[in-house]
Design a protein around this ligand. Structure first.
Ligand SMILES: Cc1cc2nc3c(=O)[nH]c(=O)nc-3n(C[C@H](O)[C@H](O)[C@H](O)COP(=O)(O)OP(=O)(O)OC[C@H]3O[C@@H](n4cnc5c(N)ncnc54)[C@H](O)[C@@H]3O)c2cc1C
Length: 412
């Protein structure tokens, strides 16, 4: 990588080669992936890389990364509540740890440590339970107390003055942040290099189903025949599933985030407070990247609101009173496909050849590598990998939920 950088530096201002190419839309592909986010692109990459399946089209109605993958606050962690969740996200963290090498592209993964604050006795109990489940699964997490929190994060107020004093925290050292665009571009580049066709500005408008199995898709640029369709459209996933006649237990909510003006580096860890509905990290540029829980109403709107900004500013000041002079630079929103148990839905559906990788809510970016890799395995082998089995669509009918609300809501 450093050799490449040196070569580019010596090349002066010559434009860099394109990361992915444009192709004519073929009228047939072995696999059609709907959604050019990190999930769809990761699946395309692993199909090509691991299984040599390259007759693949990724269809994206806008530009790649224009959905949640380019709007998230980039938190990566595996300190979930259920053994199924912890194992699944742990594989993703491990894949992220080697992703820069695998994609030959610096995705800037910074494992700086993740703290989930507890402000009540009930929250301390949940953090203790999470720490124990994490440790049993071999994930590095532990409960810590205010003195150690202060050491890890000197500017935080651990006194008993605030309305909700900090009683403890779940500390997860491998948790970190990453450059989300780089993940999207890296997967796109490597999928393209292996022969995958990425079609931007190509909206899917219909799914063709005959005798219970998928036969193709309708798009704004014409019809494509295929026997395998993957729905990886996150916040829009029910609109696509409806086209195939598949009902998903998913409701779409907006989620907002914002950044401040850049400050000198002072925050080395990620801080999350479920009780205060706020979380924050400091980017490499010095901006504070902040977010909260989803908006309290279902909607497809991607507009920011003043109520969010006022709420987050107040809660941030409860944690970091010294930030009272800091200005917010910009805010935005994305769409989140929320499931009843706060876990994703991956795998087969009642329509043969129509697969889903959805239900990613506020926490799906961290799962892009593992879901991409394991969905590729399912497509290539026809067998559901053990890691995905708990997240099957049928779990809702079988009353076998994977309850992650205590670890997935504000924490992302
Ligand atoms: C503000 C915010 C903060 C977040 N923070 C975190 C975080 O810190 N950590 C974390 O792990 N997760 C986080 N998330 C969640 C995360 O962003 C998503 O779960 C994840 O990016 C989903 O990725 P995806 O590839 O499945 O979907 P997306 O990236 O949303 O891609 C889906 C794509 O499908 C396309 N599409 C939709 N309909 C059609 C159609 N008809 N035809 C063709 N294309 C279509 C869309 O244009 C979109 O580009 C956050 C989300 C938001 C909004």
């Amino acid at each position: 990588m450093s050799f490449k950088l040196l070569r580019q530096a010596l090349n002066g201002n010559r434009p860099l080669p394109r990361m992915w190419r444009e192709h004519p839309l073929k009228d047939r592909y072995d696999v059609v992936i709907i959604g050019g986010g990190a999930h769809g692109l990761a699946c395309a990459y692993y199909l090509a890389q691991e299984y040599g399946i390259t007759d693949v089209a990724v269809l994206e109605k806008r530009y790649i990364g224009s959905g949640g993958s380019g709007r998230n606050t980039t938190i990566i962690r595996s300190n979930y509540l259920t053994p199924e969740g912890v194992n699944f996200y742990d594989e993703s963290v491990k894949l992220y740890e080697q992703l820069s090498v695998d994609l030959d592209f610096n995705v800037m993964f910074s494992q700086r440590g993740h703290l989930t604050l507890a402000h009540t006795d009930g929250a301390v109990r949940t953090m203790r339970r999470r720490a124990e489940v994490n440790q049993i699964q071999g994930v590095n997490s532990r409960l810590i107390w205010p003195a150690e929190i202060k050491q890890l994060c000197p500017p935080i107020d651990v006194s008993d003055h605030p309305r909700y004093p900090i009683l403890g925290a779940l500390y997860h050292p491998p948790g970190g942040i990453i450059r989300h665009d780089a993940v999207v571009w890296g997967y796109a580049h490597q999928a393209d290099t292996r022969g995958v066709h990425i079609h931007q500005l190509t909206e899917v408008t219909g799914i063709l189903v005959q005798d219970g199995r998928v036969t193709g898709v309708e798009t704004t640029r014409g019809r494509i025949k295929t026997g395998m369709v993957l729905n990886a459209t996150a916040g829009w996933c029910t609109t696509i599933a409806d086209m195939a006649g598949v009902r998903l237990p998913v409701t779409t909510f907006p989620l907002q985030a914002c950044v401040t003006e850049p400050l000198k580096p002072f925050l080395d860890v990620i801080i999350v407070s479920g009780s205060l509905h706020v979380y924050v990290s400091q980017s490499d540029r010095g901006e504070l990247v902040m977010g909260a829980a989803v908006d309290p109403f279902a909607s497809y709107s991607m507009r920011g609101s003043l109520a969010f900004t006022e709420g987050i500013a107040g809660h941030m000041l409860e944690l970091f009173p010294a930030l009272h002079h800091v200005r917010i630079l910009r805010q935005w929103a994305g769409l989140c496909d929320m499931t009843p148990d706060f876990s994703p839905i991956m795998g087969v559906t009642p329509v043969e050849g129509f697969l889903v990788d959805v239900g990613w809510g506020t926490y799906g970016f961290k799962a892009s590598p593992v879901s991409g890799k394991r969905m590729a395995e399912l497509i290539a082998t026809g067998r559901t990998p053990d890691l995905l089995h708990p997240f099957r669509l049928a779990r809702f009918a079988e009353n076998d939920l994977v309850g992650e609300k205590g670890a997935a809501s504000v924490g992302h």
